[in-house]
Ligand binder design. Structure first.
Ligand code: FES
Length: 534
């Protein structure tokens, strides 16, 4: 195996994709500072922050000969017997000079900059910069430029060109460009062609400083007040890995979480800005029971037992299992309903579709299917019922009066059922609706139960590529809301608290499709396709 010597540490270079100096150093636990390089973009080699000393070891004598000039680590492919030095005086001086040069033209407006606390320029200055400012020129104007989806803080830009390369290589829309020359270079758009594409929010994450301002996030929260939680986007069947940034149970930002098997480093704007519904004051937050023509509020305490009792007396049951439920929730709901009525109908909830799949140049895909877990829910239903009944097939069954009670799980962000369809559930003896928002169905229900939003759930989703990913809740649900998993767990008489990980173990034992999930689930998920092929 080829070996590289980095700061006197011998590193074996794994076979496969060629590595540059920054990536090879990471294998040795050595961080090389960089601005313009990003693993998902082409190499620009322009910022010079990653300069290192490069040399070679003689194969026979082992003698090391170093090149006289520094080289950008991002722009070298490491090979056998290569030598990199990242901690010499010469390298430190070069880094300090780059920092000094960038700060000559950079406004020191960290107290009002959104990036403060996660800014590379700030971090690198403290780590590699020099204490004194040798020039006292302040040519900056603090000007802003509306680029379309994003606000550019012109003086903060360090001209790494990541945003320009992103629109050229990943979104394929090419709205951004560099204008001017030398110290006059700026990021801009062509007049009349603003930055406006479905992936545009990624340029904010890519920007190593605070030049790209997210209009939705601007001045809303300091980054050091937020906690980040690993999440999964539930906006479509791609199931992108995300970071959910929250403070005191309020989501302020959603960012991509690197996952080479799903979304690489990106998410679409639909997923990025798909959280206001979580804090919508119209959400259902009180369990209610119909009492004749009026409603009465009920308490969660004892409700699980009460529901079990009324369902046992209701006759033939049907459960509509939402594709927004997690695998664990879907499993527990099906197990509970089938435990009461062995012939109960298990129905896949409506699968929302919008347009067609959209694929971007390097493969990132926004799915037309706008739910996170159709595959997982289908596999669970197929296990219990051997056949997945689509929602439309349930309606004539209701019309014929073959079902007396139904449990409907929702979780849809937008209106998902119209009054005419809801009316077909009106003749049921018992209708339990569990949802995020009021709907025409709630008006016909006997029990209305508030459900949890995506960031409030523990559990797993299977994307359309059969990849299972597990997450824990990021925020607590509003007062009065109880997650579906914990309710189903209590209805089944489970001891202790609902634990999604142990339920998944049971699912993996019981349902062959999930059998690979018997161990811990890796951060980038688990491919269940192997089970399909086996
Ligand atoms: Fe290597 Fe910018 S990261 S030159």
């Amino acid at each position: 195996m080829p070996t590289v010597l980095i700061d006197n540490r011998e590193i074996e270079i794994p076979a496969g994709r060629p590595l540059n100096g920054i990536e090879a150093a990471r294998l040795a636990g050595i961080q090389i500072p960089h601005y313009c390089w990003h693993p998902g973009l082409s190499v620009a080699g322009s910022c010079r922050m990653c300069l290192v000393e490069v040399g070679a070891r003689d194969a026979k004598t082992g003698k090391i000969s170093m090149q006289s000039k520094l080289t950008p680590a991002c722009n070298i492919v490491v090979g056998d017997r290569m030598v990199l030095v990242t901690n010499s005086e010469k390298v430190a001086r070069a880094r300090a000079m780059v920092e000094e040069d960038l700060l000559l033209r950079h406004p020191i407006d960290c107290p009002i900059c959104d990036k403060a606390g996660e800014c590379k320029l700030q971090d690198y200055h403290f780590r590699y910069g020099q204490g004194d400012r040798r020039a006292d020129i302040r040519p900056f104007s603090s000007s802003r430029r509306d680029l379309g989806d994003i606000t550019l803080f012109v003086d903060r830009c360090v001209m790494c060109s990541r945003c320009v390369r992103f629109t050229a290589e990943i979104s394929g829309t090419r709205e951004l460009m560099v204008t001017g020359r030398g110290a006059g270079e700026e990021i801009n758009v062509f007049a009349g062609y603003p930055l406006h594409n479905k992936l545009s929010g990624n340029v904010v994450d890519l920007c190593p400083v605070g030049a790209m301002g997210d209009k939705e996030f601007l001045y809303r929260q300091r980054v050091w007040f937020m906690r980040q939680h690993a999440g999964i986007c539930t906006g479509c069947a791609t199931g992108c890995s995300t970071w959910i940034d929250e403070n005191q149970d309020r989501i302020y930002r959603i960012r991509p979480r690197e996952n080479p098997s799903v979304n690489q480093w990106w998410i679409c704007n639909d997923g990025r800005y798909d959280y206001p519904h979580v804090h919508n004051p119209d959400r259902l937050t009180q369990p209610r029971r119909r009492d004749g023509q009026s409603w009465c509020n009920v308490d969660w305490t004892g409700l699980a037992g009460q529901l079990r009792q009324v369902l046992q007396q209701a006759g033939r049951l049907a459960a509509v299992v939402s594709p927004f439920l997690t695998v664990e929730e879907a499993y527990l709901l099906c197990k509970f309903i089938r435990g009461i009525d062995r012939q109960a109908l298990l129905v896949l909830g409506p699968v929302p579709e919008v347009g067609e799949d959209e694929q971007f140049p390097k493969g990132f895909t926004i799915c037309a299917e706008k739910c996170p877990n159709r595959r997982g829910v289908e596999a669970v239903i197929a296990h219990f019922a051997h056949r997945v009944m689509p929602f439309d097939e349930l309606l004539p069954v209701l019309d014929r009066g073959e079902v007396q009670a139904a449990w409907l799980s929702g979780g849809y962000r937008r209106e998902w059922i119209d009054a005419a369809t809801a009316e077909r559930f009106a003749r049921l003896k018992l209708l339990v609706v569990q949802d995020l928002f009021p709907s025409p169905l709630c008006e016909r229900a006997h029990y209305v139960l508030p459900g949890a939003a995506f960031a409030e759930r523990n559990g797993s989703y299977v994307n359309r590529g059969d990849r299972l990913q597990s997450v824990a809740w990021a925020i607590r649900p509003p007062a009065g809301v109880r997650s579906e998993g914990s309710l189903y767990w209590e209805m089944l008489g489970g001891s202790g608290l609902f634990n999604a990980a142990s339920v998944l173990q049971e699912v993996a034992r019981e349902v062959p499709y999930f059998s690979a999930a018997t161990g811990p689930i890796p951060a980038n998920g688990l491919d269940l396709k192997v089970n399909l092929l086996a």
